[in-house]
Write a protein that binds this ligand. Structure first.
Ligand code: GA4
Length: 337
């Protein structure tokens, strides 16, 4: 069932909006399917509760993230630079985007995780085990959501979406973002640094505005806020109150293309963290194999409804994404009309 979340936050240039919430333990399968499709169409974003992923899987992964980011900078650098996988700090992508964060980017392939974990943790098998268990659990959740979408859209092949991320060659990735507390009080910045350079006057950015290129993203964070979504082109941002026990689902560009624009890949961003505690978020980005061909599925192309996008492979799309800036509208590059 879709319910409005209680008492959303209200800050400058933001809008109070209830985030759609899908309770997987309630409602019939067909009602769930209908609610998820509606949330993907209207918001491109929703929260999932009663998801069935054990708490222990979440806390074990969180601890691994905290342990890594607590290491001295020089030790963390041994796991970098992120090109694209590994440890990165402040630089995002290859084209000059920056943010007030540090991160770890990993391919979800267990072999690749096992290889990388040696530079990340003093207990590599503990780290890779925590990451693999988490990925396995959220992949299952993602597949369940994708199958419900298939049912909600009345597709002849209900598993068409989940098959992409179940594929052994799926290009899905995993990301830890760590947003350390930043100082925003201008007078404090001057006192701290004894400098005349301009201090922050508005809230700095943690991770700039963008849409996710993949099919869908499953996000979880600790109890520190910062995530915002943009629902309409009205320049207003909707703050997403953090909920460490639940997941948020983000529609990506490929889902928008597969549904011929019926689903919206939501633009989102994370503000720099102005609280005293660090924000830690973890994302699973569900993607097809590199050679998978992406074009609107037949049911999304009724007579007189032309395809909005040129067909592309996920590899082609990814290449285009990585050669542009974070905030660019990548899907526009493949628009037909
Ligand atoms: C956004 C979603 C994922 O975090 C990510 C990001 C990637 C990166 O950080 O390397 C990108 C960004 C993301 C989209 C455009 C390109 C690539 C940074 C960037 C400027 C891992 C992804 O797949 O695309």
């Amino acid at each position: 069932m879709v319910v409005a979340s209680p008492s959303p936050l209200r800050t400058k240039k933001t809008k109070a909006v209830g985030i759609p919430t899908i309770d997987l333990s309630k409602s019939s399968r067909s009602m769930l399917a209908e609610s998820i499709v509606k949330a993907c169409e209207e918001y491109g974003f929703f929260k999932v509760v009663s998801h069935g992923v054990p708490k222990e899987v979440l806390s074990r992964l969180e601890q691994q993230g905290l342990d890594f980011f607590a290491k001295p900078a020089a030790e963390k650098q041994l796991a970098g630079p992120a090109s694209p996988f590994g440890y990165g700090s402040k630089n995002i992508g290859r084209n000059g985007d920056t943010g007030e964060l540090e991160y770890l980017l990993l391919h979800t392939n267990p072999l690749s995780i096992s290889e990388r974990s040696k530079a990340i943790s003093n207990h590599p098998s503990k780290f890779s085990c925590a990451v693999n268990d988490y990925i396995e659990a959220v992949r299952e959740l993602a597949c369940e959501i994708l199958d419900l979408v298939g049912e909600g859209l009345w597709l002849s092949d209900k598993f068409i979406f989940s098959r992409f991320i179940r594929d052994a060659h799926s290009d899905s990735i995993f990301r830890f973002n760590h947003y350390p507390p930043v100082v925003t009080d201008p007078s404090l910045v001057l006192k701290l640094h004894h400098t005349t350079t301009a201090p922050y006057v508005s809230t700095p950015i943690g991770f700039g505005e963008h849409s996710d290129p993949q099919i869908l993203t499953i996000l979880r964070s600790n109890d520190v806020g910062g995530l915002q979504i943009s629902l309409h082109d009205d320049g207003l941002w909707v703050p997403v109150p953090p909920d460490p026990s639940e997941f948020f689902v983000i529609v990506g560009d490929v889902f928008q293309a597969l549904t011929n624009g019926r689903f919206k890949s939501v633009r989102h961003r994370a503000l720099a963290n102005t609280s005293a505690k660090a924000r830690l978020s973890m994302m699973y980005f569900g993607a097809p194999p590199l050679n998978a061909r992406i074009s609107p599925i037949p049911e999304m192309l009724p007579p007189k409804q032309p395809s909005l996008y040129k067909p592309f492979t996920w590899g082609e799309y990814k290449k285009a994404a990585y050669s542009h800036r974070l905030g660019d509208s990548r899907l526009d590059l493949f628009k037909l009309l």
